[in-house]
Design a protein around this ligand. Structure first.
Ligand code: NDP
Length: 444
Protein backbone atom coordinates (compact mmCIF):
# COMPACT_ATOMS: atom_id res chain seq x y z
CA UNK A 1 0.00 0.00 0.00
CA UNK A 2 1.43 3.40 -0.99
CA UNK A 3 -1.12 6.10 -1.75
CA UNK A 4 -3.56 4.94 0.93
CA UNK A 5 -1.00 4.03 3.56
CA UNK A 6 -1.70 7.12 5.67
CA UNK A 7 -5.44 6.37 5.59
CA UNK A 8 -4.81 2.86 6.89
CA UNK A 9 -2.37 4.07 9.55
CA UNK A 10 -4.97 6.50 10.86
CA UNK A 11 -7.58 3.72 11.07
CA UNK A 12 -5.07 1.55 12.98
CA UNK A 13 -4.29 4.37 15.38
CA UNK A 14 -7.94 5.16 16.07
CA UNK A 15 -9.13 1.55 16.38
CA UNK A 16 -6.16 -0.35 17.80
CA UNK A 17 -8.11 -3.22 19.31
CA UNK A 18 -10.47 -3.88 16.41
CA UNK A 19 -8.78 -6.82 14.65
CA UNK A 20 -11.64 -7.84 12.37
CA UNK A 21 -12.35 -4.27 11.33
CA UNK A 22 -8.69 -3.56 10.55
CA UNK A 23 -8.46 -6.80 8.56
CA UNK A 24 -11.42 -5.81 6.38
CA UNK A 25 -10.17 -2.24 5.89
CA UNK A 26 -6.65 -3.33 4.96
CA UNK A 27 -7.92 -5.77 2.35
CA UNK A 28 -10.16 -3.17 0.73
CA UNK A 29 -7.59 -0.36 0.78
CA UNK A 30 -4.97 -2.64 -0.79
CA UNK A 31 -7.37 -3.21 -3.69
CA UNK A 32 -8.20 0.48 -3.98
CA UNK A 33 -4.61 1.59 -4.63
CA UNK A 34 -5.31 1.26 -8.37
CA UNK A 35 -8.33 3.53 -8.08
CA UNK A 36 -6.51 6.12 -5.99
CA UNK A 37 -3.91 6.37 -8.73
CA UNK A 38 -6.50 7.47 -11.32
CA UNK A 39 -8.62 9.61 -8.99
CA UNK A 40 -6.43 12.10 -7.12
CA UNK A 41 -9.56 14.22 -6.61
CA UNK A 42 -10.98 11.47 -4.38
CA UNK A 43 -7.86 11.61 -2.22
CA UNK A 44 -8.16 15.40 -2.09
CA UNK A 45 -11.84 15.25 -1.13
CA UNK A 46 -11.11 12.76 1.62
CA UNK A 47 -13.29 10.04 0.11
CA UNK A 48 -11.00 7.25 1.30
CA UNK A 49 -10.71 8.67 4.81
CA UNK A 50 -14.47 9.14 5.02
CA UNK A 51 -15.40 5.72 3.68
CA UNK A 52 -13.53 3.92 6.48
CA UNK A 53 -15.25 5.92 9.21
CA UNK A 54 -18.83 4.89 10.07
CA UNK A 55 -21.36 7.73 9.83
CA UNK A 56 -22.81 6.72 13.20
CA UNK A 57 -22.03 4.03 15.82
CA UNK A 58 -24.71 3.27 18.37
CA UNK A 59 -24.05 1.12 21.44
CA UNK A 60 -26.67 0.43 24.04
CA UNK A 61 -27.60 -1.65 27.07
CA UNK A 62 -30.22 -4.36 26.87
CA UNK A 63 -31.65 -5.53 30.16
CA UNK A 64 -33.98 -8.51 30.37
CA UNK A 65 -35.08 -11.13 32.89
CA UNK A 66 -34.42 -14.83 32.28
CA UNK A 67 -36.74 -17.74 33.12
CA UNK A 68 -35.16 -18.07 36.58
CA UNK A 69 -36.04 -14.45 37.35
CA UNK A 70 -32.41 -13.36 37.10
CA UNK A 71 -31.59 -10.00 35.55
CA UNK A 72 -29.39 -10.29 32.43
CA UNK A 73 -27.47 -7.49 30.76
CA UNK A 74 -26.20 -7.53 27.18
CA UNK A 75 -24.68 -4.99 24.85
CA UNK A 76 -26.40 -3.95 21.62
CA UNK A 77 -24.93 -2.31 18.53
CA UNK A 78 -26.05 -0.62 15.35
CA UNK A 79 -23.36 0.77 13.11
CA UNK A 80 -24.78 2.99 10.37
CA UNK A 81 -21.79 2.87 8.10
CA UNK A 82 -22.59 4.63 4.86
CA UNK A 83 -25.81 6.08 3.44
CA UNK A 84 -24.45 7.59 0.22
CA UNK A 85 -26.51 5.38 -2.08
CA UNK A 86 -29.55 4.61 0.08
CA UNK A 87 -30.88 3.83 3.57
CA UNK A 88 -28.53 1.83 5.80
CA UNK A 89 -29.17 -1.86 5.22
CA UNK A 90 -27.60 -4.90 6.85
CA UNK A 91 -28.34 -7.68 9.28
CA UNK A 92 -28.41 -8.11 13.04
CA UNK A 93 -26.16 -10.76 14.57
CA UNK A 94 -26.83 -12.35 17.98
CA UNK A 95 -23.74 -14.31 19.03
CA UNK A 96 -21.44 -14.20 22.09
CA UNK A 97 -18.50 -13.30 19.82
CA UNK A 98 -20.13 -10.00 18.76
CA UNK A 99 -18.04 -6.90 19.51
CA UNK A 100 -17.91 -3.41 18.05
CA UNK A 101 -15.04 -4.60 15.82
CA UNK A 102 -17.12 -7.45 14.38
CA UNK A 103 -20.10 -5.19 13.69
CA UNK A 104 -17.87 -2.53 12.11
CA UNK A 105 -16.17 -5.01 9.79
CA UNK A 106 -19.55 -6.34 8.75
CA UNK A 107 -20.99 -2.85 8.19
CA UNK A 108 -17.94 -1.81 6.18
CA UNK A 109 -18.14 -4.88 3.94
CA UNK A 110 -21.88 -4.40 3.62
CA UNK A 111 -21.40 -0.94 2.10
CA UNK A 112 -19.51 -2.37 -0.88
CA UNK A 113 -21.69 -5.45 -1.17
CA UNK A 114 -24.87 -3.39 -1.27
CA UNK A 115 -23.37 -1.17 -3.92
CA UNK A 116 -22.57 -4.24 -6.04
CA UNK A 117 -26.22 -5.33 -6.04
CA UNK A 118 -27.03 -2.29 -8.18
CA UNK A 119 -29.88 -1.44 -5.79
CA UNK A 120 -30.23 1.81 -3.79
CA UNK A 121 -29.11 0.60 -0.37
CA UNK A 122 -26.40 1.90 1.96
CA UNK A 123 -24.40 -0.17 4.44
CA UNK A 124 -25.05 -0.93 8.11
CA UNK A 125 -24.92 -3.78 10.59
CA UNK A 126 -25.93 -4.47 14.16
CA UNK A 127 -26.41 -7.08 16.81
CA UNK A 128 -25.61 -8.13 20.31
CA UNK A 129 -23.36 -10.43 22.34
CA UNK A 130 -26.55 -12.22 23.44
CA UNK A 131 -26.28 -16.00 22.97
CA UNK A 132 -29.55 -17.49 21.71
CA UNK A 133 -28.32 -21.06 22.34
CA UNK A 134 -30.12 -22.98 25.10
CA UNK A 135 -32.57 -20.14 25.66
CA UNK A 136 -36.31 -20.75 25.87
CA UNK A 137 -38.66 -19.21 23.34
CA UNK A 138 -39.84 -16.75 25.96
CA UNK A 139 -36.30 -15.69 26.79
CA UNK A 140 -35.57 -15.10 23.09
CA UNK A 141 -38.78 -13.08 22.82
CA UNK A 142 -38.02 -10.95 25.90
CA UNK A 143 -34.52 -10.28 24.66
CA UNK A 144 -35.72 -9.28 21.18
CA UNK A 145 -38.36 -6.99 22.65
CA UNK A 146 -35.87 -5.24 24.90
CA UNK A 147 -33.38 -4.96 22.06
CA UNK A 148 -36.04 -3.25 19.94
CA UNK A 149 -37.04 -0.90 22.76
CA UNK A 150 -33.79 0.96 22.06
CA UNK A 151 -33.18 0.16 18.38
CA UNK A 152 -36.58 1.49 17.28
CA UNK A 153 -35.55 5.11 17.72
CA UNK A 154 -32.65 4.74 15.28
CA UNK A 155 -34.27 2.86 12.38
CA UNK A 156 -37.05 3.42 9.85
CA UNK A 157 -38.14 2.27 6.42
CA UNK A 158 -36.35 5.20 4.76
CA UNK A 159 -33.49 5.47 7.26
CA UNK A 160 -32.16 2.09 8.29
CA UNK A 161 -33.66 -1.33 7.56
CA UNK A 162 -32.08 -4.21 9.53
CA UNK A 163 -32.43 -7.92 8.64
CA UNK A 164 -31.18 -11.24 10.03
CA UNK A 165 -27.68 -12.70 10.29
CA UNK A 166 -26.09 -15.34 12.55
CA UNK A 167 -28.52 -16.13 15.37
CA UNK A 168 -31.28 -13.96 13.92
CA UNK A 169 -33.73 -15.87 11.75
CA UNK A 170 -37.45 -15.70 11.06
CA UNK A 171 -38.42 -16.22 14.71
CA UNK A 172 -36.29 -13.34 15.99
CA UNK A 173 -37.30 -10.99 13.16
CA UNK A 174 -40.95 -11.70 14.04
CA UNK A 175 -40.45 -10.74 17.71
CA UNK A 176 -38.42 -7.65 16.76
CA UNK A 177 -41.02 -6.54 14.24
CA UNK A 178 -43.89 -7.05 16.70
CA UNK A 179 -42.25 -4.76 19.24
CA UNK A 180 -41.40 -2.10 16.64
CA UNK A 181 -45.01 -2.04 15.48
CA UNK A 182 -46.32 -1.81 19.02
CA UNK A 183 -44.13 1.16 19.92
CA UNK A 184 -44.37 3.08 16.65
CA UNK A 185 -47.95 2.12 15.81
CA UNK A 186 -47.08 1.68 12.14
CA UNK A 187 -46.92 -1.23 9.73
CA UNK A 188 -43.91 -0.57 7.52
CA UNK A 189 -41.08 -2.51 5.94
CA UNK A 190 -38.65 -1.52 8.69
CA UNK A 191 -37.13 -5.00 8.85
CA UNK A 192 -36.59 -7.57 6.14
CA UNK A 193 -36.67 -11.34 6.42
CA UNK A 194 -40.18 -11.03 7.85
CA UNK A 195 -42.70 -13.87 7.92
CA UNK A 196 -44.72 -14.28 4.73
CA UNK A 197 -47.91 -13.42 6.63
CA UNK A 198 -46.73 -9.90 7.51
CA UNK A 199 -44.80 -8.50 4.58
CA UNK A 200 -41.98 -10.99 4.06
CA UNK A 201 -40.85 -11.90 0.57
CA UNK A 202 -41.01 -15.33 -0.97
CA UNK A 203 -37.48 -16.42 -1.76
CA UNK A 204 -35.76 -14.33 0.95
CA UNK A 205 -34.97 -17.36 3.10
CA UNK A 206 -33.28 -19.11 0.19
CA UNK A 207 -31.69 -16.00 -1.32
CA UNK A 208 -28.15 -15.94 0.09
CA UNK A 209 -27.47 -19.64 -0.49
CA UNK A 210 -29.16 -19.74 -3.90
CA UNK A 211 -27.49 -16.48 -4.90
CA UNK A 212 -24.08 -17.87 -3.98
CA UNK A 213 -24.68 -20.83 -6.30
CA UNK A 214 -25.95 -18.62 -9.14
CA UNK A 215 -22.80 -16.53 -8.80
CA UNK A 216 -20.54 -19.60 -8.73
CA UNK A 217 -22.40 -21.13 -11.66
CA UNK A 218 -21.58 -18.09 -13.81
CA UNK A 219 -18.00 -18.12 -12.59
CA UNK A 220 -17.56 -21.86 -13.29
CA UNK A 221 -19.10 -21.52 -16.77
CA UNK A 222 -16.47 -18.95 -17.69
CA UNK A 223 -13.90 -21.68 -17.03
CA UNK A 224 -15.88 -24.38 -18.90
CA UNK A 225 -17.03 -26.04 -15.68
CA UNK A 226 -20.33 -26.53 -13.83
CA UNK A 227 -21.55 -27.93 -10.51
CA UNK A 228 -22.57 -31.16 -12.26
CA UNK A 229 -20.98 -34.21 -10.61
CA UNK A 230 -18.79 -32.01 -8.44
CA UNK A 231 -18.09 -32.95 -4.86
CA UNK A 232 -18.87 -29.97 -2.62
CA UNK A 233 -18.22 -29.20 1.05
CA UNK A 234 -20.26 -26.49 2.78
CA UNK A 235 -19.34 -25.24 6.24
CA UNK A 236 -22.17 -24.28 8.60
CA UNK A 237 -25.70 -25.62 8.63
CA UNK A 238 -27.58 -22.38 9.11
CA UNK A 239 -29.62 -20.29 6.74
CA UNK A 240 -26.92 -19.70 4.14
CA UNK A 241 -25.40 -23.20 4.21
CA UNK A 242 -28.71 -25.07 3.98
CA UNK A 243 -29.97 -23.21 0.93
CA UNK A 244 -26.58 -23.30 -0.76
CA UNK A 245 -26.67 -27.07 -0.29
CA UNK A 246 -30.17 -27.22 -1.75
CA UNK A 247 -29.15 -25.31 -4.89
CA UNK A 248 -25.85 -27.18 -5.35
CA UNK A 249 -27.83 -30.43 -5.36
CA UNK A 250 -30.34 -29.02 -7.83
CA UNK A 251 -27.47 -28.02 -10.12
CA UNK A 252 -26.14 -31.58 -10.11
CA UNK A 253 -23.43 -31.34 -7.43
CA UNK A 254 -23.03 -33.65 -4.45
CA UNK A 255 -22.71 -32.08 -0.98
CA UNK A 256 -20.54 -34.48 1.01
CA UNK A 257 -19.93 -32.50 4.21
CA UNK A 258 -21.59 -29.83 6.36
CA UNK A 259 -20.81 -28.56 9.86
CA UNK A 260 -21.91 -26.54 12.86
CA UNK A 261 -19.95 -24.76 15.59
CA UNK A 262 -19.21 -28.10 17.27
CA UNK A 263 -18.31 -30.48 14.45
CA UNK A 264 -18.55 -31.85 10.94
CA UNK A 265 -20.67 -34.49 9.26
CA UNK A 266 -19.05 -36.24 6.29
CA UNK A 267 -21.36 -38.45 4.25
CA UNK A 268 -19.69 -39.80 1.15
CA UNK A 269 -23.08 -40.67 -0.35
CA UNK A 270 -24.15 -37.05 -0.18
CA UNK A 271 -25.77 -35.48 2.88
CA UNK A 272 -29.48 -35.97 3.52
CA UNK A 273 -30.49 -32.32 3.46
CA UNK A 274 -34.04 -32.90 4.70
CA UNK A 275 -32.56 -34.44 7.86
CA UNK A 276 -30.16 -31.50 8.29
CA UNK A 277 -33.09 -29.09 7.91
CA UNK A 278 -35.10 -31.01 10.46
CA UNK A 279 -32.21 -31.07 12.96
CA UNK A 280 -31.06 -27.47 12.54
CA UNK A 281 -34.11 -25.48 11.40
CA UNK A 282 -36.86 -27.25 13.31
CA UNK A 283 -35.36 -29.02 16.32
CA UNK A 284 -32.35 -26.67 16.77
CA UNK A 285 -30.10 -29.61 17.62
CA UNK A 286 -26.43 -30.44 17.00
CA UNK A 287 -25.38 -31.71 13.58
CA UNK A 288 -23.74 -34.71 15.32
CA UNK A 289 -27.24 -36.21 15.66
CA UNK A 290 -27.12 -36.92 11.92
CA UNK A 291 -25.17 -40.08 12.77
CA UNK A 292 -28.15 -41.57 14.60
CA UNK A 293 -29.92 -42.09 11.28
CA UNK A 294 -26.79 -42.55 9.17
CA UNK A 295 -24.29 -44.47 11.33
CA UNK A 296 -21.92 -44.81 8.36
CA UNK A 297 -21.45 -41.05 8.14
CA UNK A 298 -18.28 -39.77 9.82
CA UNK A 299 -18.39 -37.13 12.55
CA UNK A 300 -15.36 -34.91 13.26
CA UNK A 301 -15.39 -33.01 16.52
CA UNK A 302 -13.53 -30.00 15.21
CA UNK A 303 -15.45 -27.67 12.85
CA UNK A 304 -12.23 -26.86 10.99
CA UNK A 305 -11.85 -30.48 9.91
CA UNK A 306 -14.38 -29.84 7.18
CA UNK A 307 -11.53 -28.45 5.06
CA UNK A 308 -9.79 -31.84 5.26
CA UNK A 309 -12.63 -33.48 3.36
CA UNK A 310 -11.70 -34.12 -0.27
CA UNK A 311 -13.77 -31.97 -2.62
CA UNK A 312 -13.82 -30.09 -5.93
CA UNK A 313 -15.58 -27.00 -4.61
CA UNK A 314 -15.65 -25.50 -1.10
CA UNK A 315 -18.33 -23.07 0.08
CA UNK A 316 -17.52 -21.54 3.49
CA UNK A 317 -20.93 -20.49 4.86
CA UNK A 318 -20.45 -20.30 8.66
CA UNK A 319 -18.46 -17.37 10.03
CA UNK A 320 -15.44 -15.05 9.72
CA UNK A 321 -11.88 -16.41 9.60
CA UNK A 322 -13.03 -20.04 9.59
CA UNK A 323 -10.71 -20.99 6.70
CA UNK A 324 -7.02 -20.33 7.42
CA UNK A 325 -3.83 -20.89 5.44
CA UNK A 326 -3.34 -24.44 6.67
CA UNK A 327 -6.88 -25.35 5.61
CA UNK A 328 -6.34 -23.66 2.24
CA UNK A 329 -3.20 -25.72 1.63
CA UNK A 330 -5.06 -28.92 2.55
CA UNK A 331 -8.01 -28.07 0.29
CA UNK A 332 -5.81 -27.46 -2.73
CA UNK A 333 -3.67 -30.51 -2.12
CA UNK A 334 -6.88 -32.56 -2.09
CA UNK A 335 -7.89 -31.23 -5.51
CA UNK A 336 -10.25 -28.35 -4.66
CA UNK A 337 -10.28 -25.84 -7.54
CA UNK A 338 -13.01 -23.35 -6.52
CA UNK A 339 -13.98 -21.52 -3.32
CA UNK A 340 -17.12 -19.40 -3.01
CA UNK A 341 -17.82 -17.45 0.17
CA UNK A 342 -21.36 -17.59 1.52
CA UNK A 343 -20.19 -16.22 4.86
CA UNK A 344 -18.66 -12.78 5.40
CA UNK A 345 -14.83 -12.80 5.41
CA UNK A 346 -14.59 -16.55 6.18
CA UNK A 347 -11.12 -16.81 4.62
CA UNK A 348 -8.09 -15.32 6.39
CA UNK A 349 -5.96 -12.87 4.33
CA UNK A 350 -3.09 -15.40 4.06
CA UNK A 351 -5.46 -18.07 2.74
CA UNK A 352 -6.98 -15.64 0.20
CA UNK A 353 -3.51 -14.80 -1.11
CA UNK A 354 -2.70 -18.50 -1.35
CA UNK A 355 -5.85 -19.20 -3.35
CA UNK A 356 -5.13 -16.37 -5.77
CA UNK A 357 -1.49 -17.38 -6.17
CA UNK A 358 -2.57 -20.93 -7.00
CA UNK A 359 -5.19 -19.79 -9.55
CA UNK A 360 -8.09 -21.15 -7.53
CA UNK A 361 -11.45 -19.75 -8.64
CA UNK A 362 -12.00 -17.65 -5.54
CA UNK A 363 -15.19 -15.63 -5.06
CA UNK A 364 -15.18 -13.16 -2.14
CA UNK A 365 -18.31 -12.94 0.02
CA UNK A 366 -18.99 -9.30 -0.78
CA UNK A 367 -19.89 -10.35 -4.29
CA UNK A 368 -20.87 -13.99 -3.91
CA UNK A 369 -23.21 -13.67 -0.92
CA UNK A 370 -24.90 -10.42 -2.01
CA UNK A 371 -28.07 -12.30 -2.99
CA UNK A 372 -29.45 -12.10 0.54
CA UNK A 373 -29.35 -8.36 0.84
CA UNK A 374 -30.43 -7.94 -2.79
CA UNK A 375 -33.57 -9.94 -2.03
CA UNK A 376 -34.07 -7.93 1.13
CA UNK A 377 -34.12 -4.86 -1.10
CA UNK A 378 -36.72 -6.62 -3.25
CA UNK A 379 -38.72 -7.19 -0.04
CA UNK A 380 -38.51 -3.43 0.63
CA UNK A 381 -39.82 -2.72 -2.87
CA UNK A 382 -42.75 -5.10 -2.39
CA UNK A 383 -43.52 -3.50 1.00
CA UNK A 384 -43.56 -0.02 -0.58
CA UNK A 385 -45.86 -1.28 -3.32
CA UNK A 386 -48.01 -3.11 -0.73
CA UNK A 387 -47.80 -6.08 -3.04
CA UNK A 388 -46.12 -9.52 -3.12
CA UNK A 389 -44.34 -11.13 -6.00
CA UNK A 390 -44.33 -14.86 -6.73
CA UNK A 391 -41.38 -17.04 -5.77
CA UNK A 392 -40.52 -17.45 -9.46
CA UNK A 393 -40.41 -13.70 -10.00
CA UNK A 394 -38.15 -13.09 -6.98
CA UNK A 395 -35.91 -16.00 -7.91
CA UNK A 396 -35.60 -14.81 -11.50
CA UNK A 397 -34.62 -11.33 -10.35
CA UNK A 398 -32.10 -12.82 -7.92
CA UNK A 399 -30.55 -14.86 -10.71
CA UNK A 400 -30.22 -11.78 -12.92
CA UNK A 401 -28.75 -9.72 -10.09
CA UNK A 402 -26.11 -12.37 -9.32
CA UNK A 403 -25.23 -12.70 -13.00
CA UNK A 404 -24.84 -8.93 -13.28
CA UNK A 405 -22.66 -8.83 -10.17
CA UNK A 406 -20.45 -11.53 -11.64
CA UNK A 407 -20.12 -9.69 -14.96
CA UNK A 408 -19.45 -6.35 -13.23
CA UNK A 409 -16.81 -7.80 -10.90
CA UNK A 410 -14.96 -9.81 -13.54
CA UNK A 411 -15.02 -6.92 -16.05
CA UNK A 412 -13.72 -4.52 -13.42
CA UNK A 413 -10.86 -6.91 -12.64
CA UNK A 414 -9.94 -6.90 -16.34
CA UNK A 415 -10.24 -3.13 -16.63
CA UNK A 416 -7.83 -2.67 -13.74
CA UNK A 417 -5.31 -5.13 -15.21
CA UNK A 418 -5.86 -7.96 -12.76
CA UNK A 419 -8.01 -10.33 -14.87
CA UNK A 420 -9.50 -13.12 -12.78
CA UNK A 421 -8.81 -11.35 -9.46
CA UNK A 422 -12.31 -11.20 -8.02
CA UNK A 423 -11.12 -9.56 -4.80
CA UNK A 424 -9.89 -6.44 -6.56
CA UNK A 425 -12.83 -6.60 -8.99
CA UNK A 426 -15.40 -6.66 -6.17
CA UNK A 427 -13.74 -4.04 -4.00
CA UNK A 428 -13.17 -1.60 -6.87
CA UNK A 429 -16.59 -2.06 -8.50
CA UNK A 430 -18.35 -1.71 -5.14
CA UNK A 431 -16.29 1.30 -4.15
CA UNK A 432 -16.64 3.37 -7.33
CA UNK A 433 -20.41 3.77 -7.10
CA UNK A 434 -20.27 4.77 -3.43
CA UNK A 435 -17.36 7.16 -4.06
CA UNK A 436 -19.18 8.89 -6.92
CA UNK A 437 -22.31 9.27 -4.79
CA UNK A 438 -20.32 10.66 -1.85
CA UNK A 439 -18.47 13.07 -4.11
CA UNK A 440 -21.71 14.32 -5.69
CA UNK A 441 -23.26 14.95 -2.27
CA UNK A 442 -20.47 17.26 -1.15
CA UNK A 443 -18.21 17.19 1.86
CA UNK A 444 -20.54 15.99 4.61
P1 NDP B 1 -27.04 -18.94 11.00
O1 NDP B 1 -27.06 -18.48 12.40
O2 NDP B 1 -28.31 -19.33 10.34
O3 NDP B 1 -26.01 -20.16 10.83
C1 NDP B 1 -24.67 -20.07 11.18
C2 NDP B 1 -24.06 -21.45 11.05
O4 NDP B 1 -22.65 -21.35 11.22
C3 NDP B 1 -24.56 -22.42 12.11
O5 NDP B 1 -24.61 -23.70 11.55
C4 NDP B 1 -23.48 -22.31 13.19
O6 NDP B 1 -23.39 -23.46 14.01
C5 NDP B 1 -22.26 -22.18 12.32
N1 NDP B 1 -21.16 -21.53 13.04
C6 NDP B 1 -21.18 -20.40 13.77
N2 NDP B 1 -19.97 -20.13 14.28
C7 NDP B 1 -19.16 -21.12 13.87
C8 NDP B 1 -17.79 -21.42 14.04
N3 NDP B 1 -17.01 -20.63 14.79
N4 NDP B 1 -17.30 -22.53 13.43
C9 NDP B 1 -18.10 -23.32 12.67
N5 NDP B 1 -19.40 -23.08 12.48
C10 NDP B 1 -19.92 -22.00 13.06
O7 NDP B 1 -26.32 -17.76 10.16
P2 NDP B 1 -26.38 -17.46 8.61
O8 NDP B 1 -26.42 -18.74 7.84
O9 NDP B 1 -27.42 -16.44 8.39
O10 NDP B 1 -24.97 -16.74 8.39
C11 NDP B 1 -23.77 -17.46 8.09
C12 NDP B 1 -22.76 -16.51 7.48
O11 NDP B 1 -23.30 -15.93 6.27
C13 NDP B 1 -22.35 -15.31 8.34
O12 NDP B 1 -21.01 -14.99 8.06
C14 NDP B 1 -23.25 -14.20 7.83
O13 NDP B 1 -22.73 -12.92 8.10
C15 NDP B 1 -23.24 -14.51 6.34
N6 NDP B 1 -24.34 -13.94 5.57
C16 NDP B 1 -25.64 -14.20 5.90
C17 NDP B 1 -26.66 -13.68 5.13
C18 NDP B 1 -28.09 -14.04 5.39
O14 NDP B 1 -28.93 -13.67 4.56
N7 NDP B 1 -28.42 -14.74 6.44
C19 NDP B 1 -26.38 -12.78 4.01
C20 NDP B 1 -24.98 -12.65 3.69
C21 NDP B 1 -24.01 -13.19 4.47
P3 NDP B 1 -24.36 -23.68 15.28
O15 NDP B 1 -25.63 -24.22 14.73
O16 NDP B 1 -23.61 -24.63 16.13
O17 NDP B 1 -24.54 -22.33 15.91
Amino acid sequence: MELLKSVYEKVCKQNPHEGEFLQAVEEVLESLEVVAKYHPEWIENGIFERIVEPERQIMFRITWVDDQGKVQVNRGYRVQFNSAIGPYKGGLRFHPSVTLSVIKFLGFEQTFKNSLTGLPIGGGKGGSDFDPKNKSNHEIMRFCQNFMLELQRHIGENTDVPAGDIGVGGREIGYLYGMYKKIQNVNTGVLTGKGLEFGGSLGRKEATGYGLCYFMDEYLKDYQKTFKNMSVVISGSGNVAIYAAEKVTELGGKVVAMSDSQGVIYDINGVDLSLIKQLKEVERKRISEYKEKYPNAIYYENSKDIWKVKCDIALPCATQNELDLESAVTLISNGCFAVGEGANMPTTPEAVKYFIKNNILYAPGKAANAGGVATSALEMTQNSQRFSWSFEEVNQRLKEIMKNIYINVSKTAEEYNVPGNMVVGANVAGFIKVAKAMDAQGII
